[in-house]
Design a protein around this ligand. Sequence first.
Ligand code: 9MR
Length: 344
Amino acid sequence: MRRSLIAAVALTALIVPAGAAQAAPPDTLRSAANGAGIRIGTAVDMSALAEDEQYRTLVGAEFSTVTAENVMKWEALEPTRGVHNYEPADRLVQYARAHHQKLRGHVLVWHSQNPAWLTEGDFSPAELRQILREHITDTVTHFKGKVWHWDVVNEIFNDDGTWRDTIWYRTLGPGFVADAFRWAHRADPAAKLYLNDYNNEGLSPKSDAYYALVQQLKAAGVPVQGYGVQGHLATQYGVPQTTLENLRRFERLGLDTAFTEVDVRIPLPADSAEVQAQAQGFTTLLQACLLAQRCVSYTLWGFTDRYNWVPGVFEGEGEATPLTEDYERKPAYRSIRDTLRLAG
Ligand code: 9MR
């Protein structure tokens, strides 16, 4: 009796992500994801978390991992050179701990949302490399032990597989990627270090570029551990069909995989066919995660249309998340939940 109890506890510890089970109310994405053995996440808008009680409750109830939508980006962490503002990010760290959630760190090296002092600074290559090194070391050290995954480099390739022309590539050449992973690993050896991009779900020139890069990094002993697929879809473009095949080839190189920013935007006004297509978009990516061997998490880039980046960027498009502005569940919510349940 006692032995089987111990065995049951041990088994539960193996299949349920640690700390996730007790905090998951029934009939949530979180409880369904626990059963399926993956983490479910969302990007978090820190103003909404502070001001909107319903939002705050849902982040804790529905998700087992969180990502800062903006407050861990360089312009937020170091708006003035040498003056750091970790406070909003630290609030998310505390929230995540209180709700037994993992934290995805987003993002260390990107071409966007960098502080003006950096982009307008006219630094030499040696100075810029030193600045990047300090940024990565300081940031990863500050959050050491609190971050599950770091998105180390974000959106470094164009869709055709060529290097994106950024301040990093232009000034430092492609070697900044290996440097970034090495510096991050040195500062927190336990954090899993990820590449991250959009339009890299399926087999494509862009994902081929990542595949070749991972081969090179691995051959050089660079600590790269994850391939992050953002998963920003749009109903008018359909769903990439080769996602599972793509995840598997990265897993064969020894990487974990994760969906990091999933949403499915719709040209407005949305008709019912598009609402169904949206649900399908979410579940097709989720099924690829569930069928892959090492896909550890599926993160939504926001879970309610009340706070969402899409209308500000894509004119005439929106409603990209599984909950309405009033927190009502859409077909997408039910499809994600039911797909997770069936896998459990
Ligand atoms: O959702 C973020 C939005 O609030 C910011 O204004 C925007 C600035 O570029 O970044 C958005 O998040 C992006 C993420 O950091 C990286 N992948 C694309 C996301 C959507 O643009």
